[in-house]
Design a protein around this ligand. Structure first.
Ligand code: 5GP
Length: 206
């Protein structure tokens, strides 16, 4: 089977399980590129530079903004996060599905710039209570940071309707199954220009 490229945006509160979901579906969705964001936030225990994020100083980040290297960027929880354009373009050329884990502001920008190639999914816990439990269990962050993430989550869920799909990550296996279907469908999306070309060719061969 031949694969087409596509853009799959995942958003949702920290602690909703986006990373676990992506790991779970990774070998079931064909060739993909997981976009590694650049951030100014401090590295957490267990994180690796160039794997989880590219960790840079605020000064370096601002230079990249000026050079227009970002497809999108946003200030999240007081730190900058951004997606570099170059690897995304290369992955699309190689017919890969590009997967982003970005916030609602980033989704807005990607949708504006990449339009009909974008498929988006909001991932959340079944309730605020479950989110709080998961964040407290993770214990990688201080209470103040956890509280900020909870406040942020409350604001983000208000914008679920901007997304194509909602995944309530209660059971990881079930959520992963849904994500596999969405990822496959994301590759079948046709940019409007291609649709016009297809219709033209379809009629011409009549
Ligand atoms: P965390 O610090 O927990 O890794 O991520 C915090 C938030 O930043 C998450 O909501 C995540 O989706 C978002 N985020 C991560 N990378 C990017 C990015 O490149 N752009 C934007 N807009 N948001 C990002």
């Amino acid at each position: 089977m031949s694969y087409k490229s596509g853009l799959l945006v995942l958003s949702g509160p920290s602690g909703a399980g986006k990373s676990s979901l992506i790991n779970k579906v990774a070998d079931k969705i064909g060739p993909y590129y997981f976009s590694i964001s650049t951030t100014t936030r401090p590295m957490r225990d267990g994180e690796v530079d160039g794997v989880h994020y590219y960790f840079v100083s605020e000064e370096e980040f601002k230079k990249d903004i000026e050079a227009e290297n970002f497809l999108e960027y946003a200030l999240v929880h007081g730190n900058y996060y951004g997606t570099s354009m170059k690897p995304v373009k290369e992955a699309l050329k190689e017919d890969k599905l590009v997967i982003f884990d970005i916030d609602v502001q980033g989704h807005d920008e990607v949708k504006n710039r990449m339009g009909d190639l974008t498929t988006s999914v909001f991932v959340t816990t079944p309730s605020l209570k479950v989110l709080k439990e998961r964040l407290n269990k993770r214990a990688t962050d201080e209470q103040e940071i956890i509280n900020r993430r909870i406040e942020m989550a409350k604001r983000e869920v208000q914008r679920i309707s901007e997304y194509d799909f909602l995944i309530i990550n209660d059971d990881l296996d079930e959520a992963a199954e849904v994500l596999v279907s969405i990822a496959k469908a994301a590759r079948m999306k046709i940019p409007s220009l291609e649709i016009h070309q297809f219709v033209h060719k379809w009629e011409a061969e009549g």
